[in-house]
Design a protein around this ligand. Structure first.
Ligand SMILES: [Zn+2]
Length: 251
């Protein structure tokens, strides 16, 4: 029974049963090698009402390293991940990008980078047994199309980059328009924050299918990095996976 329980915990945490890891071995991002992932049916992420309602306010702020979006809503903006019994509250979303289209994302898929990766950070403080953060990672790929949500954020990127730590008002939009709200295929593993203090208490959920960004929108991020050079190539390199396993939840 104890062995079975251990195996269940190991599977749920994305570790091989005989995997011994130490602090420092759970770093992110990683290069996801698709032929090595373990396919499991974990199930859907559940989204609370706040994702599909207009918020009270939305702002974009630069911390000098990236720009991050915050929202105030009268409805809870929380997700439930099937493996954990606690709810995770939306904290902010931000971006990592490069200086040309073939670099920028932090995670890679079979060594392939995307021009931008968006991180949607969720936090819980209810139960220390579970990761403090769930971060949803979305790749953005270059296309002709525009998507709602990104359209609202883009006009605030340059003003935010020009004034560090000054929130810039963003036209209100429903987060569900931006995020892949319907059930989606994702990779998941245990990792860390990709900026200091690199805290190893993150369950990563990386969407398989990228969201869309057009050339003009991408250029806005490149221009922001010219205004604030700390933003130039604000992506961390892939870290050693060690003996962690990446689980692929297919639809
Ligand atoms: Zn990030």
């Amino acid at each position: 029974m104890v062995v079975l329980l251990f195996m269940l915990v190991a599977i749920a945490s994305g570790l091989c049963p005989d995997c011994i890891l130490h602090p420092g071995d759970f770093q992110s991002p990683v290069n996801i090698i698709t032929e090595d992932v373990v396919v499991e049916h974990i199930g859907r992420i559940r989204w609370s009402k706040g994702y599909s309602r207009l918020p009270e306010s939305a702002t974009l702020t630069s911390n000098g390293h990236t720009v991050y979006l915050e929202m105030m809503s009268q409805y809870p903006i929380k997700i439930t991940f099937p493996l954990f019994p606690v709810k995770y509250e939306f904290t902010q979303l931000h971006f990592h990008w490069g200086d040309k289209v073939d670099v920028g994302s932090e995670h890679k898929i079979d060594n392939k980078s995307y021009p931008i990766e968006m991180h949607v950070v969720h936090t819980q403080t209810e139960d220390p047994l579970y990761p403090k953060y769930i971060v949803l990672g979305y790749f953005l790929t270059l296309t002709q199309k525009t998507i709602t949500g990104l359209e609202e954020i883009i006009p605030a990127v340059i003003p935010a980059a020009s004034k560090i730590n000054t929130p810039i008002t963003v036209k209100k939009f429903r987060l569900s328009k931006l995020l892949c709200f319907r059930p989606f295929s994702y990779y998941t593993y245990d990792g860390s924050l990709t900026t200091a203090p690199y805290l190893e208490s993150v369950r990563w959920i990386v969407g398989k299918n990228p969201l869309l960004i057009n050339r003009d929108q991408l250029n806005v991020f490149y221009k922001a990095a010219q205004i604030e050079p700390e933003m130039l190539n604000n992506h961390r390199s892939p870290q050693d996976l060690k003996c962690r396993r990446i689980i692929f939840n297919s639809l």
